[in-house]
Design a protein around this ligand. Sequence first.
Ligand code: CTP
Ligand code: MG
Length: 393
Amino acid sequence: MDSSIPAPRVAVVVVAAGSGTRLGAGLPKAFVALGGRTLLERSLGSVRGMAEPAQTIVVAPSERLEEARTIVAGALGSLAPSAVVAGGETRQRSVAAGLAALAPDVEVVLVHDAARALTPPSLFDAVVAAVRHAGHGIIPGLPVSDTIKRVSPDGEVHETVDRSALSAIQTPQGFPRDQLLAAYAAATSDETDDAGLVAAGGHPVSVVPGDAHAFKITTPWDLRRAEVLLNGGRAEPPTPRIGFGSDTHGFDPAAELWLAGLHWPGEDGLAGHSDGDAVAHAIVDALLSAAALGDIGTVFGTDDPRLADARGVVFLAEARRLVEEAGYRIGNVTAQIVGNRPKFSPRRAEAQEALAAVLGAPVSLSATTTDGLGFTGRGEGVAALATALLLPR
Ligand code: CTP
Ligand code: MG
C-alpha cells in the first residue's frame, strides 16, 4: 500500500470460520459456491462496495487460510488493507481472533457473517453512519412477520408472543472500537451475536432497519433462495449488453506518453490526474456502461489519491473485475483514437495484444485524424472512443 493513503477509520471483521453443519455441503459454509462464487467472495464484494474504504479482516478455518487469502486478494485487490486470521471453536472466539488484528487508526468496527452473502453495501454504510451518529452499538433488524408462540419441548403451545416488540437481527453489527473491545475483554458468557456481549457490558445498542437480502444462509433451502434471488427472478436468460465510452486529454510536453496501454518514448505526454491514457479510459467507460455500473469517475473517483498517476491498465484490470463480478464476461472491445499523433499504425498490433491480455478478450484498435479540424486537428490533444460487448457468464 502507498503510505500516502489515509489509514481506514472503519474495519469490517468478516467471520467465515464456521463449519456449516446445517448446510451440510461437506465443506465450510463460507467456501460453498453460490452462483459460481463462494459466499466469502460475495460478502467481500459487499465490503468492497462500501462508500468508505475499510480495513477488512477475514476470520477463516485454520486449514483454509491460504484459500481465504487468495479469495481476499481477488475480491479486494490492494485498495484497502486486509488481514486473514484463523478462527476459533465458537463464533464469539472467531470474532475475538479477528479483533486482535484491528489496525491502530480504526474507530468503528463492523462484525459481519460471511454467511449473509447477499447483504448490500448500503447496509454497511448505514450501520457505520449510525454508529458515528449515536456513539454506541448499532444492529440491523427486521420486523418479525410470522406469529410467534412460546412452545414447550413436548409441543404444547403456551402463549403468543407480542411480535411488535420483536426484531429479527442481522449483521453487519457496528460498534465504537473501545466498546466492542471492552465487551470482548470482559466476556464471561457465550452470546450468539456481538450486540449481546456489548449490552452485557453495559453499553446501549440500537436497531436500524435491516435488509431482506441480508438473510443468513443456514440451510440448503436458504442457499436455493439465494440462487433464485441472484438470478434476479429473471424468467429470460440474461442477454449480451453493449457499452460506449469516450475520453479526451490535452498534450502535456512535460509528461511521458502512455496510450493504449503502451509507453511511447519521445512523444509528448497527455495531461491528467492519472497517466492520461485516453484509450484505456474510454474502454473502461465502455465496459462500465455496458454493465450499468456507472462511469470511471463514479467508480474510481477523479481525485482519489490512490489513483494519481495510475496506469490505464490498472483501471482496465479493475473494470474487468467489476463486470465479471456483475455476472458478465467481456466479448470484445473496440476503440478508435482521434488525433494527429502519435503515428499509431506501426504499433497497432502491439497495443491490441497488450490490452487484450489485460481484458482477457479481443481488442481491435483504429486511428483517424480530423482533416485538420478541431482540437485534435490542431494537435492540442487526443480523443478516444470505445465500445464493449459483454456476454452473460
Ligand atoms: N462462524 C465462525 N466461527 C465459528 C462459528 C461460526 O467464524 N466457530 C461464522 C460462520 O462462518 C458464519 C457466521 O459465524 O459466517 C454465522 O454462523 P453460522 O451461520 O452458525 O455458521 P456455521 O457455524 O458455519 O453453521 P452451522 O452452525 O450450521 O455449523
Ligand atoms: Mg454455527
